[in-house]
Design a protein around this ligand. Structure first.
Ligand code: ADP
Ligand code: MG
Length: 362
């Protein structure tokens, strides 16, 4: 069944269009992440789904039913914001149950939902505390519990963990996945953090400038990005992109020639253009001190210590590449030879920046 559907949804503030005809279908019970740079329209889209923001044009459906004209209170949603506010003079349990009491939910039902949420979020021992006597992470969990007890079919979260430090975020992420596994809500989570998106999402909706760039599983967006924006937004250090030209199974990068595999050669024979953008992730380039087969000469310009390995920045014929290596002692100015894992390359159209697809082996 369909969970959430957006049909040609646009949003303008005055004459500025911030969301441009978005179409999206989210399955019932799916965990979907809206990912994209700050200002790309993630919160606006989520708030339109929640009914906190009117759409300028288009339609929104929840559970197959059109909700476009309905106010937030008449949509079966629970929402958690980055800047959640707890009532300072209410205990943890009163904060969590406030909305249920206001809606006259039966007392026994409130107790059952409260206890289940306290337990799920490790808050049992804090139920009588005031917010001021809690840590940031505990307050965040109270805000989650408050949304959880609504038992809504649609759970919408807007950067709910961004006030937490790295270690807390990690455990809160796992807790959110557990919550979702238990309650199976249709779950939409907004973040600008690619790691959060990759680890939490069944599917990622990558946005930029009010448009959807790609919808896919974490594997799909990482391994088969639909365009240059997706390719370079996901992955760190980001994917190398350089313009290349092709003749038969040979591609020329700067002044260097590389052999394409026969699968790529065959795949590319359907395109008339001889110039492409070649993309390759830093982990798919290998760096050597001696010349090896199908390699080309470059010079090291700088290195960065990433902890488990090193990012080596190299230059050749006025092209620059970043390579991941676990060899530590590369020095600026040093000669090196690069090879590409030719079955891990990506090719994009120079004009449209769209992917040219992949041969069937990848
Ligand atoms: P994100 O959540 O991806 O960071 P937002 O959805 O908050 O982005 O914002 C998208 C764009 O809409 C931004 O350019 C922002 O400045 C603009 N915007 C958001 N809210 C308003 C508003 N109330 N009035 C005018 N512009 C707004
Ligand atoms: Mg936002």
């Amino acid at each position: 069944m369909v969970g959430i559907e957006l049909e040609d949804v646009s949003k303008c503030y005055g004459s500025t269009k911030v969301i441009d005809k978005i179409n999206l279908t989210i399955k019932e019970g799916e965990r979907v992440i809206f990912l994209g740079p700050s200002g790309c329209g993630k919160s606006t889209t989520l708030r339109m789904i929640a009914g906190l923001e009117e759409v300028t044009s288009g339609h929104i459906y929840l559970g197959g039913k059109e909700v476009t004209p309905l106010p937030s209170g008449q949509r079966d949603i629970a929402m958690v914001f980055q800047n959640y506010a707890l009532y300072p003079n209410m205990t943890v349990q009163d904060n969590i149950t406030f909305a249920l009491r206001a809606n006259k939910v039966a007392k026994s039902e409130i107790q059952e939902r409260l206890n289940s949420a306290l337990e799920m979020l490790d808050l049992v021992n804090y139920r009588d505390r005031l917010p001021k006597d809690l840590s940031g992470g505990q307050r965040q969990r109270v805000a989650l519990a408050r949304a959880l007890v609504k038992r809504s079919k649609f759970f919408l979260l807007d950067e709910p963990l961004s006030n937490l430090d790295v270690a807390l975020r990690q455990s809160a992420r796992n807790q959110l996945i557990e919550i979702h596994d238990r309650y199976q809500q249709t779950f939409v989570y907004v973040t600008h953090d690619q790691v959060e998106a990759m680890t939490m999402g069944h599917r990622i909706v990558l946005m930029n400038k009010g448009e959807i760039q790609m919808v896919g599983t974490p594997d799909e967006v990482y391994n088969h990005p639909a365009n240059v924006f997706t390719a370079t937004f996901i992955g760190s250090p980001k994917m190398n992109i350089q313009e290349v030209s092709r003749q038969g199974n040979l591609i020329t990068v700067g002044k260097q020639e590389l052999h394409l595999s026969s699968e790529w050669g065959e795949h590319l024979s359907q395109f008339t253009s001889q110039n492409f953008l070649l993309g390759i992730r830093p982990e798919h380039i290998h760096i050597y001190r001696e010349k090896v087969d199908n390699s080309f000469l470059a010079h090291v310009s700088k290195t960065e210590n990433l902890g488990p390995n090193y990012a080596i920045y190299v230059e050749t014929n006025s092209t620059q590449w970043v390579v991941i290596s676990d060899i530590r002692n590369w020095q600026p100015g040093e000669e090196c030879y690069l090879t590409f894992e030719m079955d891990k390359i990506h090719l994009f159209d120079v004009e449209s920046k769209e992917s040219m697809g992949y041969p069937s082996f990848s």
